[in-house]
Design a protein. Structure first.
Length: 248
């Protein structure tokens, strides 16, 4: 895999507690790579460290650049974007204002393609066009997730990191969100997907890592991990609660 994003021996400490232990992974151009694992495994910590939101040790290289010491804004400027677990939208602003804020650095540079990219986001998410004057706080959960992804796309990322995009959504909306994620592959955007819904994540991803208690314990092509007995037992077991999500 030709690595666009390369993480080596990444370590994050919360005081004396190790939240991430020497984690290593790669994300190739135009690929979808997923990191699955239980609550508290360190998945969100991993993304935060890659984005420079958390102090860390180890190496993060992106598009040939060593990101050590680079602020989060600089990483976004290079084309590395994160859609956080809580979406972190500006609820008091309209849908369109939120989208334009995603292109803030481009607008500041005088990029003339922002309008065209806004239309491309509306074409991808027609519901956002219908609600472009609506306040973000009034959107449904699925619409907020679409807005969060659309806002990230306005920065024209080469690599997009998604933190638990299915969190709190109804099964029907989960299917829609994962279809959107799969479709984004056609744009050439590489996606690092952190997700508790292991079944859905393994269906859309090319390659997968399993993170447990801050360590990468398994990795391999997604189709192979989906057949791994340990993964099946820990993450793919059926339950009544997840019955609506068995088939995406």
């Amino acid at each position: 895999m030709n690595a666009l994003l390369e993480v080596r021996d990444l370590q994050v400490l919360y005081g004396k507690v190790e939240g991430l232990h020497r984690a290593s992974l790669e994300l190739g151009e135009g690929k979808i790579v997923t990191v699955i694992g239980p609550n508290g495994a360190g998945k969100t910590t991993l993304l935060g460290a890659i984005m420079g939101l958390l102090p860390s040790r180890g190496t993060v290289r992106y598009a040939g650049f060593d990101l050590s010491g680079r602020k989060t804004e600089a990483r976004v400027s290079l084309g590395l974007c994160l859609v956080p677990e809580r979406r972190e939208l500006f609820g008091g602003l309209t849908v369109e204002d939120n989208l334009r804020l995603g292109a803030f650095q481009r607008i500041r540079r005088g990029d003339r393609e922002v309008g065209a990219d806004l239309e491309a986001v509306y074409a991808r998410f027609p519901r956002l066009r219908d609600r472009h004057r609506q306040l973000a706080a009034t959107l449904s959960g699925g619409e907020r997730q679409m807005l969060a992804v659309g806002r990230a796309l306005m920065a024209k990322p080469r690599a997009l990191m998604l933190d638990e995009p299915s969190l709190g959504l109804a099964p029907r909306i989960v299917r829609e969100i994962f279809h959107i994620i799969s479709d984004l592959r056609r744009t050439g955007v590489a996606i690092l997907l952190v997700e508790q819904n292991a079944r859905a994540a393994l269906q859309v991803a090319d390659y997968a890592y399993v993170l447990e208690t801050g360590e990468i314990v398994l990795e391999g092509p997604s189709a192979e991990l989906a057949e791994n007995p340990r993964v099946i037992k820990s993450y793919l077991g059926f339950s009544d609660e997840g019955a609506g999500e068995r088939k995406l």
